[in-house]
Design a protein around this ligand. Structure first.
Ligand code: ADP
Ligand code: MG
Length: 402
């Protein structure tokens, strides 16, 4: 059985003691744009200013430590809910090399070893991720390649973790998660979004050909209407496939054709796709998949000085008021059986599930909050639901790292 070396454990202990620092969307665009003698210089400048050298190891190591045992909310009785002091780090049997199998996280997911799979990815990343090449300019190509590999390796983490949580739910016969697990997962995924943003930005600035209106993965003129249209098509396609429908409920789009702002298109697509799938599912299940006609879902985009707000309204029967707080938790779904997904899936044959992990809303809200926005939901039980997606167009708020 593979074991982390003492050197690896020391590295993790070292980096996970530092607090992470935030960076705003506007700062990232400005760094990427600074006049420079070519892409390499631009990249190294971005790196220096964004502290990627410092931030990436800190982010990765902090999360690995949390996964291992520290501040682990899954088994509070073992730790009385109190964090283990850092000085005792390596003395803690749960993090000691060789003894890591007894980590409470692993016990929680004992069986298929999802917890261990997630951990192994982080170990591997610490191993090649924190020893940055000393000379950025010379090694930049290799460095970018390493980053690309890291990002790719971590693609399945959300799915693996979701499966681990499901197992915890089943084994402990819990229908809900408590606040400490919820906030643990919120912090975990928020920090993951942040790190992937930084890596994505570096890789795009260094390896992708320069695209007009793009600085890395940030698009300075993100066209809301075009992205919304694409998300509608994708969500309707998944819905038709899932329910065997000839024609999914229609989505009416009200949006100025030239409405654009600075944002990460990938994040916006994710939020629109998830909320639209929820609305389509609610409409189909309320009116019956054999229904001749469905009431349309409405997607309305408003442009304010401070926010761009997107409202998605459906007549899908709404949500009982008592269930509203639950929809934001990571285990809540009204789908009876979770769709089977291999956590080591190959991205190219990955089919987005219609619903079933209970991750759509909480993760979308993290994306919205990451750049100072928010996601809200108002339901009229017996009629339908309105989801409000607020996106901060000033883009000046720092990413909310813990
Ligand atoms: P999933 O879709 O995988 O169940 P989500 O986080 O996207 O997970 O949503 C959680 C739950 O919230 C859904 O299972 C559903 O019961 C409820 N929900 C979300 N959006 C709507 C909606 N527009 N209308 C009715 N119920 C909804
Ligand atoms: Mg969903």
């Amino acid at each position: 059985m593979w074991k982390p070396t003492q050197a690896l454990m020391d590295t993790i202990t070292h980096y996970s003691q530092f607090p992470a620092t935030g960076v705003s969307l506007r700062q990232m665009v400005q760094f990427g744009r600074n006049p420079s003698a070519g892409t390499l210089f631009k990249a190294s400048q971005f790196l220096m200013k964004c502290h990627l050298f410092r931030e990436l190891p800190i982010g990765i190591c902090s999360r690995l430590r949390k996964l291992l045992a520290f501040q682990n909310p899954f088994f509070p009785e073992k730790y009385n809910g109190s964090p283990i002091p850092l000085e005792t780090g390596l003395a803690n049997p749960d993090i000691e090399p060789g003894a890591y199998r007894s980590s409470p996280w692993l016990t929680a997911t004992n069986g298929t070893g999802n917890g261990r799979k997630a951990q192994r990815r982080y170990y591997a990343t610490v191993d090649d991720g924190v020893r940055w090449p000393p000379e950025i300019v010379d090694y930049n190509k290799r460095f970018t390649k390493i980053l690309q590999n890291i990002k790719h390796r971590h693609d399945p983490v959300v799915t693996t973790m979701a499966m681990g949580i499901n197992e915890y739910k089943r084994k402990r016969q819990r229908m809900q998660i408590d606040n400490s697990i919820q906030s643990f997962l919120d912090r975990f995924y928020m920090s993951r979004i942040g790190i992937r943003m930084l890596i994505g930005q570096h890789v795009a600035l260094n390896s992708a050909p320069e695209q007009e209106d793009y600085v890395g993965i940030i698009c300075t003129k993100t066209n809301v209407r075009e992205l919304a249209q694409e998300a509608i098509e994708n969500a309707r396609f998944v819905c038709e496939d899932y329910y065997g429908l000839f024609d999914a409920p229609k989505v009416q789009l009200v949006c100025k054709p030239d409405l654009h702002f600075m944002y990460v298109p990938g994040h916006l697509s994710h939020m629109l796709f998830e909320t639209l799938k929820n609305s389509l599912r609610a409409v189909v299940e309320t009116h019956g998949s054999d229904s001749e006609e469905f009431p349309p879902v409405k997607l309305i985009v408003a442009e304010g000085k401070e926010d761009i707000t997107i409202k998605i309204s459906d007549e899908g029967g709404g949500i009982p008021r008592s269930a509203i707080p639950l929809v934001w938790t990571y285990m809540y779904t009204t789908v009876e059986s979770t769709p089977p997904i291999d956590p080591d899936f190959n991205k190219s044959d990955f089919k987005a599930p219609m619903a079933g992990f209970g991750y759509g809303l909480p993760i979308s809200r993290l994306y919205a909050r990451y750049f100072g926005g928010d996601l809200k939901l108002i339901s009229m039980e017996g009629y339908g639901t309105d989801v409000y997606l607020h996106l901060n167009r000033l883009s000046s708020s720092s990413e909310p790292l813990q």
